[in-house]
Design a protein around this ligand. Structure first.
Ligand SMILES: C[S@@+](CC[C@H](N)C(=O)[O-])C[C@H]1O[C@@H](n2cnc3c(N)ncnc32)[C@H](O)[C@@H]1O
Length: 489
């Protein structure tokens, strides 16, 4: 349970640069009680937002105003590499205890201590208010192009069935209660959408987020409520005892035999994306703006098969690749394609170098930068970087006779299968392939083209890590297709 309208420590920068430093007084004074009695009731909200953002293995995620870090811990359990910031050192101590590997810092969300484009996902659960637009600008700055943001803010509290649960906060002094309007402004229809769009975000979507306070009995409710930041203001005004008695009395009125106290409160969620950079096309134009950092599609809902693809990436190359994120929409199709490719590789008696020649030649003929980089790198390992660069550029220098024939064949299949003649097939026989080999080789190339076509059509962008890791002759030869959103051209 957290920040209702008349929040104790106004997070507004308007109250001075160092205002955030006093937040711990209200939020941190009962950090352990807050973390164990109040924060767990937010679980529906965390699960919903992580799911909608497709948070998964390999995502670099930052949670703003992370509190005691339950949301960070849950994102970590989904495989994300997490960071968080909160103004309360005592809450953050709990967060660190829960997620020792996360990068958790005490600080001001309006001046983030991370560099530009450091995160794939930024979340904030009732941490950003109408009075804290700078935090949204900071979130934009630290997100990679195409990164996703997910925020929650209170909705129409008074109209919520659980509005009673906030009533004790109105025991605070009148000016504090008056602060309500500005603090909940972001939940009003259109308000959050405008703020996010003004800050440069696109694909802004307003979603309903479930939120329910649920307690065993009136005493448990009163104890949990007293641990929150806004309770501090009320306690300052009327004292601990009066606050507790008021809460217990309210709780008593809500008792239902055999059921917990339950207070559903309207919560609004916003999800949005930072636009991707435009990628130059082979014809000198620019590709349309991508809708997502990794592809045109939003992240697929997490599934065990999709997570396995990303985990295999992490084990294999150390990061979750954009193609795996994309094929997470239908992992069975990728597995099926991979099986068929393996089968055709066997039937064609293809060596690793021959396979690398076929894929690099077909992908570059097709204008697929992703597979040209990935397999150009493999070809560079099997032969040399210069040979790989030459094959990407349409040449055959440095290849043996059979490899030259395969490069030629792959380009013919990729560019115009109807232009192929019997003489072209004979050229493969002349270097030692029989007809069953030729069938398998051709099917292999066609399967690779199916993979490339899906990736290119749906905007899968080569991973920055991939492009950075390939040898220079390969990188400079790939002047076509989609390029990573790094501004490197
Ligand atoms: C409503 S609580 C939300 C906490 C957490 N997100 C949750 O779900 O429980 C608001 C949080 O904002 C933190 N906070 C307030 N002002 C801040 C600021 N300027 N920078 C960072 N954190 C801030 C408080 O310490 C508190 O943990």
């Amino acid at each position: 349970m957290t920040d209702p309208p008349n929040v104790t420590a106004d997070q507004s920068a308007a109250h001075g640069e160092d205002q955030w430093r006093s937040v711990d007084e209200g939020w941190g004074r009962q950090a352990v009680e807050f973390a164990t009695l109040s924060e767990p009731t937010n679980c529906r909200e965390y699960v919903t937002m992580h799911h909608r953002l497709g948070v998964g293995a390999g995502d670099r995620l930052l949670d703003l105003a992370c509190g005691a870090g339950l949301a960070v811990e849950l994102a970590g359990l989904r495989g994300a590499r997490c960071a968080g910031i909160d103004a309360s050192p005592r809450l953050l101590a709990v967060a660190r205890d829960r997620s020792p590997d996360a990068d958790l810092r005490v600080g001001d969300m309006n001046a983030l201590p991370w560099g530009d484009e450091s995160f794939d996902v930024v979340t904030s659960f009732r941490g950003i208010w109408g009075t804290t637009p700078r935090a949204v600008a900071e979130a934009y700055r630290v997100l990679v192009p195409g990164g996703r943001i997910g925020l929650t803010v209170w909705g129409h509290i008074k109209a919520s069935p659980g509005a009673w649960a906030f009533a004790p906060f109105s025991l605070a002094a009148e000016p504090k209660v008056q602060n309500q309007a500005a603090m909940v402004a972001l939940g009003r229809p259109g308000a959050g959408e405008s703020l996010l769009k003004d800050m440069g975000f696109t694909e802004v979507e307003r979603i309903e987020v479930p939120f329910v306070f649920e307690f065993a009995d009136p005493e448990a409710y009163a104890r949990a409520l007293a641990s929150t930041g806004p309770a501090f203001e009320a306690i300052q005004a009327v004292g601990q005892q009066a606050f507790r008695e008021a809460a217990v009395e309210l709780g008593r009125q809500q008792i239902r035999e055999g059921l917990p106290l339950r207070a559903p409160i309207a919560l609004v969620g916003y999800i949005a994306a930072k636009p991707s950079r435009l990628a130059p096309r082979r014809d000198g134009g620019t590709a349309p703006a991508e809708q997502h950092s990794t592809s045109f599609l939003s992240a697929p809902p997490p599934t065990p098969e999709g997570s396995r693809l990303l985990e295999d990436d992490l084990k294999g190359v150390g990061y979750a690749t954009n193609v795996s994120r994309l094929w997470g929409h239908l992992p069975a199709a990728l597995n099926g394609l991979s099986d068929l490719m393996a089968e055709t590789t066997r039937a064609g008696s293809l060596s690793f170098a021959q396979r690398a020649v076929l894929v690099t030649a077909a992908a570059s003929a097709l204008g697929d930068s992703y597979c040209s980089l990935a397999w150009g790198q493999k070809l560079a390992e099997a032969k040399t970087p210069d040979i790989a660069g030459a094959v990407i550029g349409g040449g055959v220098e440095g290849l043996d006779e059979a490899e030259q024939a395969l490069a030629h064949w792959a380009r013919l299949v990729a560019r115009d299968p109807n232009a192929i003649s019997a003489d072209d097939v004979q050229a493969l026989r002349d270097v030692g392939f029989d007809d069953s080999h030729i069938f398998a080789i051709t099917t292999f190339v066609a399967l690779r083209m199916a993979f490339s076509s899906v990736n290119d059509a749906l905007g899968a962008v080569p991973d920055r890590e991939l492009r950075a890791s390939v040898p220079e002759p390969v990188r400079s030869a790939v002047t076509f297709g989609r390029l990573p959103g790094t501004g490197e051209g």
